[in-house]
Design a protein around this ligand. Sequence first.
Ligand code: FAD
Ligand code: NAP
Ligand code: HEM
Length: 472
Amino acid sequence: MSKEVNSESVSLCPLNTAAAPEQELLCIFGTGDLGRSLGQRLLQCGYRVVYGSRRPHSCGPLPPGTQAVSHGAATQSANLIFVCIHRQNYDFLQTLAPQLNGKVLVDVSNNLKKNLYPEANAEYLQRLIPGAHVVKGFNTLSAWALQNGPSDSNRQVYLCGNMAEAKQAVTETATKLGFTVVDRGSLSAARELEDFPLQLFPEWRLPLRLAVGLTAAFFFYLIIRDIVYAYVVQGKDVSFRIMVSLANKVFPIVSLIMLSLCYLPGVIAAFLQLYRGTKYKRFPDWLDRWMLCRKQLGLLALAFASLHAMYTLIIPIRYYVRHRISEITISQIRENITYKFDTTMAWRTDSYYSVGILGFGLYILLGISSLPSVSNVLSWREFSFIQSKLGYLTLFFCTFHTYLYGWSMFLKPSYYKWYTPPAYMLSLVVPSVVLVLKLLLLLPCVDRTLTRIRQGWEKTDPENDSKKSLLT
Ligand SMILES: Cc1cc2nc3c(=O)[nH]c(=O)nc-3n(C[C@H](O)[C@H](O)[C@H](O)COP(=O)(O)OP(=O)(O)OC[C@H]3O[C@@H](n4cnc5c(N)ncnc54)[C@H](O)[C@@H]3O)c2cc1C
Ligand SMILES: NC(=O)c1ccc[n+]([C@@H]2O[C@H](COP(=O)([O-])OP(=O)(O)OC[C@H]3O[C@@H](n4cnc5c(N)ncnc54)[C@H](OP(=O)(O)O)[C@@H]3O)[C@@H](O)[C@H]2O)c1
Ligand code: HEM
């Protein structure tokens, strides 16, 4: 009875390797950073580990409970071998080819650059040892991540390989280590997997470039209109405005334009589908790419809106604002004038603050719903309701906030310095176009046709029809 309890406790808490004879033995070639981290993690998860090393007696500290032997000896003791060696050192493995026949070799290697070698590292390894079953995997994890294990269930391990049983064996090990496995198919996908760690935010590139471009363009435009104009025409140095006033114009403007650019491709796609009368034709590549980076566009837009909210918070404590207020108050006292309370102005300012806050609140909701931990628990319909329906509401509130802020400024010639419109007016162009086009799409007759197209209905092509009737 006590024996049973003991053996069970060993298999549930397999830290004591000596007391668990049924523990599987795995082999790791290479006692470097990754080899040691992987070995430690495997031990923690109940495996026994043997290292294959060039210098088994002087290879530095290894995880306690493991041992290092020659590559040949290590090969004989295990069926699954992790090759934690850089690709340029693979050649010696060829001498072990007869012993490695039928073994599962996990290639974890990465390269420093894309296309460094004519073939993927894993394919090269397979060519060196044709009798082994090479599986590419674990290369997207760092030694640190491997040692600590996944902190949540989202940490993924990508695998590919030609033999299903070999992939299954590696999948079982990865799952035991606490990772989620994504099977990317045959070994021909190895190059793609090896390129993963070399990518640097690929889907953020276009949105980031756009954000930097718009920020630079509007900063330049505003410096000319607000700073240079005041200096040249009025002889005033107001360059201090760059730090807060200009920043608090540029950031919301860029945010509003980028927010509208999240919704413009959807509208273009809808009109394209209406024009073509089918949803079965591919969108042009540029539209596809644009649609695919909407999340990043939206998140960057949210970051810019947050900056605007923070800059707005500090307006009352600015030296310039406090000075202006006291100056106006003192001049009123001196001249004994009382400015009448302007109800319209009160309505206008309160309205644009309030609408801005509502827009910002919804903006944050969109941001929260795009977190994988949140979007994973939402159904497609719920996600699409938030992103699409509430997204349009966000765009509407933010656009309305800006219109209310502008109010009647567009009617006053003094605002058109050097015949240029205020920057906020420029920022309203794209959102207004998107909202008008969306309204057109919501017209019952248009919406009906679009819905039918999206349900699979196709406009019949008269040319095709006449050809068909000739044939019959
Ligand atoms: C803070 C923030 C976070 C964001 N996070 C995300 C995010 O995580 N993920 C994301 O994708 N976007 C995200 N976005 C961008 C944006 O909110 C979404 O892409 C949103 O879904 C766009 O709505 P839409 O109505 O324009 O597009 P969609 O709902 O994608 O529709 C676009 C077009 O696709 C076609 N279409 C739609 N449904 C069908 C159908 N059933 N059959 C055939 N064709 C169809 C139509 O032509 C339609 O016009 C985010 C934006 C912000 C501001
Ligand atoms: N480090 C990471 O975070 C990480 C993440 C993902 C993938 N990888 C990949 O994992 C592999 C190992 O990376 P690493 O960081 O562990 O490298 P490393 O610290 O340099 O270790 C490599 C090991 O390979 C062995 N080795 C070195 N030269 C050799 C030779 N000429 N012939 C045979 N064996 C040789 C050595 O072990 P012995 O002295 O015991 O023989 C050495 O410790 C690489 O392919 C890398 O791309 C690493
Ligand atoms: C917390 C919510 C918000 C508050 C309190 C707020 C407040 C303000 C204030 C006080 C101004 C005038 C700034 C100035 O005088 O220079 C302003 C301008 C503006 N806001 Fe907001 N806002 C909010 C959210 C938003 C959001 C979410 C957007 C959309 C992206 C937005 C877009 C704009 C734009 C485009 C301007 C005009 C900038 C200019 O040219 O001066 N605001 N807002």
